[in-house]
Design a protein. Sequence first.
Length: 360
Amino acid sequence: MNLEKSLKKYNREIYNDVMVDGKVLIKGARECSSRLDTIHNAAPENAAILDVGCHLGHFAIQLAYKERGRVVVGMEGNYQRARIAGEIAKANKLENVIILNNLFSDKTALRWGKSCEAFNTILLLNVLHHCKKDQIINIIEGAKLLAPQIIIETPHINEASACGTKEHREMIDAIEIGGYIKEKLAETETHTLEKNGDNEALKRPMYLFYNDNWSKQITRPHYCHNTPSKHNHKIDFLKGRFVHRNKTWDTGVNLGTMVALNMVYPTKDTLLESIEKTLNEHEEPLYDVNLWNMIYTPAGIKLIDFKDRLEEKSNKDTALIKLAKQHDSLKKEGAKPLQVQNFKNWVKHVIVGILGKYRA
């Protein structure tokens, strides 16, 4: 299905702008330009960024579009929105964007946070008020373990038509993260058209949390690893770069983790083509070729730990066959937690199709 047909079939509110090649195709309910500029200026240029609850991917895609030295991961729990986000990324011809169809649940956040993985920046833009209050603390803790910089946007505390209670909104607005400095980046008008006592539109605050002395202990080599206490290493954040075992990391994300968290963009075929290109750059034999030993970078896929002769040996052809099967296996497991959620979303879309409207 092409992008135009997908957007016509999407019978829900377009929350943020849909843009292709720098032009707005569909104007979203929220003002986006100033918010995007604020985030773009706050986030590092050569950075790995995670956009949680990315909706149709506006910020993930535009942050990658504006700076090709970034790798930006958009994470969206709704399958239809995630698929459309992937189509928008494809229309923009972006190779430094990944779209995941998954939820940044407290369980996922904490497991991911304890692995040998990190992002420069995590975006939590108008998502926390959709979570249960007892989940928010663990989600923040997981984000804290994954990134030295966190950006949170949340409804105004008096925005009664937003999801959650006023107590809920006050809790999010008052969040402090241990070890992080908090500053207000911006305030932008809400789309709910609510006003204060002076008849002025309510504005949603956006906060930046940052920790220039960030570091963490890891117990899991990567998200896919089933032994949570196999490792006890440290990752440091020094002068804007991640350092592990005295080695500075390239900007990128673990490919195995991306597949295990149900990656929908790039597609399997596109991914295997990129992997084949990378394998052709190395001499055989190759050792320990697995998706979790590959880093997805702005310049393409990079192999890690592929010279250990004590590990499984393979040539390029057998490696590609193995990786294709591994992709399907990891993706199947990653999609399981979403089966009930996606069924609920399907029911919602059927109701929307009948009523012709959706109430958030």
